[in-house]
Design a protein around this ligand. Structure first.
Ligand code: FES
Ligand code: FES
Length: 183
């Protein structure tokens, strides 16, 4: 008996904001966001590791929150804001986190790095002087807990994020002081 192939499901249109730009793309309805990014849009900065939610290397930001692209269906990001590592720097310049990773040697093979950067950038964006007047390494470790690295032992990664977080808080402190000094 010959069993006919199941018919392929019709593609669905997904419209989203990707790294600040509007994108409309048709994808099979079962595709994940990771497949959309890598295999339809050619954004291979987001890595495909375990493909089942364990390693964190596929981390992107959806509406600002770090999320696993391998566990997110492409249709779930309709009308939402997705940021990938390709959109992290501004105007062709690397993000301070990328500079810090390079400076302290926080990337070895680099496979985990894009996911680490996206989780770390979400942590930094929420950092406020009121909530965290001193950078706490345990908070950084918590923010990166879903991102696995099999090369570095994590110390350099934590150091890189800590250095940037310190700069963020120092700037906030200077701003707060200059505001209170105004007549
Ligand atoms: S590839 Fe998504 S968690 Fe590993
Ligand atoms: S630098 Fe190789 S897995 Fe993290």
């Amino acid at each position: 008996m010959t069993v006919p192939d199941a018919p392929s499901p019709a593609p669905v249109l997904v419209t989203l904001q990707l790294n600040g730009e509007p994108v409309s793309v048709a994808v099979p309805p079962h595709w994940t966001l990771l497949e959309l990014l890598r295999y339809r849009l050619g954004l291979t900065g987001t890595k495909q590791g375990c493909d089942k939610g364990d390693c964190g290397t596929c981390t992107v930001r959806i509406d600002g929150e770090p999320q696993l692209a391998c566990l997110t269906l492409a249709v779930e990001v309709r009308d939402r804001h997705v940021e990938t590592v390709e959109g992290l720097g501004v105007g062709g310049e690397p993000h301070p986190l990328q500079e810090a990773f390079a400076r302290v040697g926080a990337a070895q093979c680099g496979f985990c790095t894009p996911g680490m950067l996206m989780s770390a950038s979400a942590y930094l964006d929420k950092l406020t002087l009121e909530d965290e007047p001193v950078v706490r390494r345990e908070d950084i470790a918590q923010a990166l807990a879903g991102n696995l690295c099999r090369c570095t032992g994590y110390t350099k990664i934590l150091q890189a994020v800590e250095e940037v977080a310190q700069v963020v808080l120092d700037r906030q402190r200077e701003l707060a002081e200059s505001t209170t000094e105004e007549p």
